[in-house]
Write a protein that binds this ligand. Structure first.
Ligand SMILES: Cc1ncc(COP(=O)(O)O)c(C=O)c1O
Length: 360
């Protein structure tokens, strides 16, 4: 695929996963500049990218390390020489903990915890490997996924981590995933600040007990602006803002949609045309994609290898090209093995997507 470098987009075979690097640059600059002004770190979520080349590109433009949902993602980053890593998830069982400890010997690794037995097992795995693992207590700020209740329950775990050889208490995680796509910005902000008050209150409780709290982290693309302004929060952890998608764009229009799938019209009839990419190339778990620069053309249905688009008039021809903007960038990256970094209509780089299709 490296032979594609320098090629204009209209000469490429389709479908192709494209990343517009000029738009990525704008998105990164917007968020990194805002975070610098607010003196919070911006740790980019790698689950949205899954691609080490793109992660290196972001690191070179000023990201403060990476967040991962899965251990395999952190291993991919470490293999790429990116070693400031935080797995914002629970890693459970001897196989995962052994891998985690091995990773912690070659990278600075932090991980979420919310269970005393898991903490004890993680400590033993770290000791056996001669590793040191940073642990953050996950606090449930309203999402009802992982995490302990704010307050005393988090203090109990912080104390346990502090006493566990092989582990180091780093701080608190509070992710407000239930709020990211709330369409009403005022409601999103109010609910987000309620959750952050509980998180920062937990920080105070732990500090009053004499345990230093280095990191308090949370937020996604939908709440970055509110969380990053909260005193006591040290870091935000958005991912989708880099690539974006049409679902997130409706609540966060300040970031451009840099990810698209280049496709070809392979069939047409009065009232609709059909593209040569479907749900195996364009995720539909967050809804229908849109056609870039052609808002009047509406995606009606995705089947495995076809997208049917409704259109008025006779203007479309077989062989015409369209760029499809997916409704979920993270899930779309997970469907492909490679992507093309493009600038001003030409391929600048080809990146493998190393962690795509991996869930370990
Ligand atoms: C723990 C955690 N942090 C942050 C995010 C934010 O990601 P995004 O900016 O893509 O919404 C997610 C999304 O799933 C997450 O699970």
């Amino acid at each position: 695929m490296s032979s594609l470098i320098g090629q204009p987009l209209d000469t490429l075979d389709t479908p192709q996963l494209l990343i517009d690097l000029d738009l990525v640059d704008i998105n990164l600059k917007k968020l990194f500049t805002a975070c610098k002004e607010r003196q919070v770190a911006c740790r980019v979520h790698f689950k949205s990218l899954k691609c080490a080349g793109l992660a290196r590109y972001i690191a070179a433009r000023g990201g403060d390390g990476f967040l991962c949902a899965k251990l395999c993602e952190a291993e991919v980053l470490a293999d790429a020489g990116l070693t400031d890593l935080y797995i914002a998830n629970q890693l459970v069982g001897p196989i995962k903990l052994k891998r985690l400890a091995a990773l912690a010997r070659r990278a600075q690794v932090r991980v979420c915890v919310d269970d005393p037995e898991n903490i004890a097992q993680m400590g033993r795995a770290a000791q056996e490997a001669g590793a040191n693992i940073g642990a953050l207590v996950e606090v449930d700020v309203g999402m009802s996924r992982c995490g302990v209740a704010p307050g005393a329950a988090a203090l109990v775990l912080a104390r346990q981590i502090q006493k566990t050889p092989g582990l180091r208490f780093v701080g608190l995680q509070g992710y407000d995933g239930h709020l990211q796509m709330l369409p009403d910005a005022a409601e999103r902000r109010a609910k987000c600040l309620e959750g952050m008050e509980k998180l920062v209150g937990t920080r105070r409780l732990i500090e009053e007990a004499g345990i230093p709290v280095e990191v308090v982290t949370g937020a996604g693309t939908g709440t970055w602006e509110f969380v990053s302004a909260v005193p006591g929060v040290t870091e935000i952890q958005p991912g989708s803002f880099v690539l974006m998608d049409c679902a997130y764009h409706s609540v966060r229009p300040e970031f451009g949609c840099s990810l698209s799938i280049l496709a070809t019209v392979i069939s047409r009839r009065a009232g609709h045309y059909v593209l040569d990419a479907g749900s195996k190339a364009i995720s539909k778990d967050f809804g229908m994609p849109v056609i870039k620069d052609h808002p009047q053309e509406k995606v009606h249905k995705l089947s495995e290898e076809h997208t049917r688009v409704e259109v008025e008039g006779e203007g479309i021809r077989i062989g015409d090209r369209r760029e499809v903007i997916p409704a979920h960038c993270c899930a779309t990256m997970n469907l492909h093995r490679a992507c093309l970094g493009v600038r001003q209509g030409k391929v600048e780089t080809v990146w493998p997507i190393e962690a795509s299709g991996r869930y370990d």
